[in-house]
Design a binder for this molecule. Structure first.
Ligand SMILES: [Cu+2]
Length: 236
């Protein structure tokens, strides 16, 4: 009886140890911008009375958005090279881009090939979702006020293409269609974390639409959290 109990305990302990020993690593860090800030650009929302009403007037935008301590928003951080596995399945969740307020939110997304992207149109005005893809088929879909959702699936990996609204020329978003799940976009705190990375040596890139990309090489080991910070300074 005791022997059997001892065996079970040893077995459970070894399972726990194995799970721990083979847990994947992660990469964390902060993205900053220390260059000159372009002046805020006026968006003429009054080109469309509905956009103007939702925003309660005209708005301003900045091509480069920084938070406290120069932390950079909308940087796309991802594994560029080094993965050995290639068959990562697309997650079942949709990635949503909201056109509310006549702006795309979020401004930049990553999605896996085969994963669905859903464009929402809550304002009751006309939009036109024009994807300037080159590897995936280019698309140009009208979304009149009554068309509240548009679903598009990109089947081939394609790094960064622009989506624009031909009705409201200030509306621009960016999409990266990825072959793997190791990517993220920074918020206003500039922080990023990419989890569940198998042990290996990788090239990590931080991409921003207006700034020269930054890369770093990092070796991820099991159970480790590697830290990399990126600082942008050069406009493209
Ligand atoms: Cu629009």
């Amino acid at each position: 009886m005791f022997k059997k109990f001892f065996f079970i305990i040893t077995f459970i302990f070894s399972l726990t140890l194995n799970t721990y020993a083979f847990a994947d690593g992660s990469i964390v860090g902060t993205v900053k911008y220390d260059g000159p800030l372009p002046s805020a650009r006026l968006i003429h929302m009054d080109a469309d009375p509905i956009c103007y009403a939702v925003n309660k007037g005209n708005t301003h935008t900045q091509a480069i958005v920084v938070g406290d301590n120069n932390t950079l928003s909308d940087a796309f951080v991802y594994i560029k090279n080094g993965l050995t596995k290639t068959d990562y399945p697309a997650p079942p969740q949709d990635v949503v881009i909201n056109q509310g307020g006549c702006n795309y939110t979020p401004h930049i997304i990553g999605v896996m090939a085969g994963q669905k992207v859903k464009f929402l149109n809550p304002d009751g005005t006309l939009h036109n979702v024009h994807g300037l893809c080159q590897i995936n088929p280019e698309f140009n879909e009208s979304m009149p006020d009554f068309r509240k959702e548009l679903e598009i699936t990109f089947n081939k990996p394609e790094f960064m293409f622009q989506v624009q609204c031909d009705v409201h020329p200030w509306m621009k978003a960016w999409i990266a269609v990825m072959s793997h799940p190791f990517f993220t976009v920074t918020g206003s705190d500039g922080k990023f974390e990419i989890k569940n990375i198998p042990a290996g040596t990788y090239t990590i890139e931080a991409w921003h639409e207006k700034l020269e990309s930054q890369t770093a090489t990092v070796t991820v080991t099991d159970n480790s959290s590697q830290k990399i910070d990126f600082t942008f300074s050069e406009p493209k």
